[in-house]
Design a protein around this ligand. Structure first.
Ligand code: GRF
Length: 216
């Protein structure tokens, strides 16, 4: 598989940083070809530039439609010969032109055990619902929000006295391990999508077994 990544961000970029660090440390065999933000003030743009990675803003404002914005992003990613797109805190729905340009080649990271708590503020939703375990999900992006085939999940316990903020911080630690791992699994190949399931061949799974949930 083409190991050139395009990372889409909207803000802080700590998951982008986790990918940069994993590549630098030799834990992930990939290259980040370009980072694109829809917001000019995204901190992640600075992280990319500090690592010598091309960092662009393509604002979502000023386009006739969402499709036009996504078409512009797809063109840039194509021009950089990107093979896998990683959404990392990218706060936009992905529209058809981008999905069609990268079929089964767009990943997202979400701070809950999907299908529980999709959408914004997943950690607060978990606290308010009173679950005892939450976690992180890396999944393929489809036209439905936070609903594509799941590549990898890690559980994180909800502790007595947790707030949305303390839980988010504990989940974030797992996110930073999970995203590079999931990207490595996808880039290694030997998988297929069956319905809504991500299925790895026995050889691929034994070469890099899925991680155990946190705490096990
Ligand atoms: C993370 O919690 C990620 O799971 C969610 O948005 C947040 C982005 O954080 N999709 P960062 O920008 O990667 O620091």
């Amino acid at each position: 598989m083409n190991r050139r990544l395009g990372v889409l961000i909207s803000g802080r970029g700590s998951n982008l940083q986790a990918l940069i660090d994993a590549i630098r440390d030799g834990r992930l065999d990939a290259t980040i070809a370009v980072v694109i933000s829809n917001r000019e003030d995204a901190q992640g743009l600075e992280r990319a530039r500090a690592a010598g990675i091309e960092a662009l803003t393509i604002s979502h404002r000023g386009w006739p439609s969402r499709d036009d914005h996504d078409r512009a992003i797809a063109r840039k990613l194509r021009a950089r010969e990107v093979g896998l797109v990683c959404l990392a805190g990218y706060m936009r729905l992905v529209a058809a032109p981008l999905l069609e340009a990268f079929p089964n080649a767009i990943l997202n990271i979400h701070p809950s055990l999907l299908p529980a708590f999709p959408g914004v503020d997943a950690q607060r939703q978990a606290i308010e619902h009173g679950v005892r375990v939450s976690g992180v999900t890396v999944h393929f992006v489809t036209s439905e929000l936070d609903n594509g085939p799941i590549v990898l999940q890690r559980a994180v316990p909800v502790l007595e006295g947790d707030t949305a903020e303390t839980l988010a911080a504990r989940i974030l630690v797992e996110e930073h391990k999970a995203y590079p791992e999931a990207v490595g699994i996808v880039l290694a190949g030997g998988w297929r999508i069956e319905g809504r399931r991500f299925v790895r061949s026995a050889t691929a799974a034994s070469a890099s077994p899925s991680p155990l949930p946190a705490g096990s």
